[in-house]
Design a binder for this molecule. Sequence first.
Ligand code: GLU
Length: 418
Amino acid sequence: MDIYDHPTFRMACQQFDLVADFLQIPEAERARLKFPKRSMTVALPIKRDDGSTEVFSGYRVQHHLTLGPTKGGLRYHREVTLGEVAALAMWMSWKCALTGLPYGGAKGGIACDPHKLSAGELERLTRRYTQEMIPFIGPQVDIMAPDVGTNEQVMAWMMDSYSMHMGHTVPSIVTGKPVGLGGSVGRREATGRGVGYLINRTMDVLGRDTNTATAVVQGYGNVGSVAAFSLAKYGVRIVAVSDVNGGIYNPKGLDLWKLEKYNAERRTVVGFPEADPVTNDQLLVTPCDILVPAALERQITKANAGQIQCRILAEAANGPTTPEADAILEQRGDIFVIPDILCNAGGVIVSYFEWVQDLQSFFWTESEVVDKLFRILEGAFTQTLNLSRKQKISMRLAALSLGVRRVQEAKRTRGLFP
Ligand code: GLU
């Protein structure tokens, strides 16, 4: 399947192969589990504000359809490719299966820099993408959500475009919408909140006190910033954070409320007065108790895995650690990894709640959402930890094994058609 060839897809396949070996999955079943069920590439011509026409490339990959519709985010980033999206879709499959959601994984993206497009251009691009995807999506087929570079407004435009085509309002076509349009309370905070919950849980397991702990957060977007606030609530001191422009460091701890205001005004954390500048490379090796990569894939590699100085690595991003880095971390044995498909699952869990609420037109309170979110995370965390201890395997291998095994069993039980 050369069409998916990309470093991130190769990484997802490498992880899958390790799991398949561990689970002793027969060769014939491996390809069926590994490769995406279907994928779509579209050309998206839009009118730019200066009157010119530009064509962007858009993608959507649906990894498997065995357990229900597919589910996953939509990413706007310059480097989006079909292969990257395919890897992210595969991870969504294992994430949904690990947490018991009735979905297969999907992911989509448009290769563009959303910061260089006006609001009007972004809206036209989003509407055009949705239009092109109509034969491929639906509330019982494939449901999109925000990811890197997209937000509630983008979801609102998608929902509107789809609804106009259908002739009636269809809130359940996307999740992560504004609450006023059928979004769920607590969806925006869900990923970061889940990250905070799982770190706190891990601190308990390790017998550590959150009140004396420090954390470093790479990526200060929706996930990283909410995770930082959530950790601060548990008493953790946030000593360094970064965004695409660079990082900031203050060993005494950053004032998150002041930083929030600064970031809202300047659209970057760089230059925050009460901190020293650090590069992204320095940030990742800053001594701390908790390191939270909340940006993009392949940040922790064989080049820096030996130098990382934390007790807990909480993967808020998808695929931040390469398999080579994983091998180094395992050999070191001093770092507890909360693997991505568990650590950041809060987002898709509350997306599932949003979809259920939309289908029933019956909406829940924030405490209902948070309570149900933590219950699911607790179950997935405990199962992963137990398997990891029982089999003496890494938390990543345990989490992936639980996810892959469930999809494998579902495929086996359903059998082959015809
Ligand atoms: N983009 C998020 C993720 O990677 C959320 C997906 C969703 O809510 O469907 O998990």
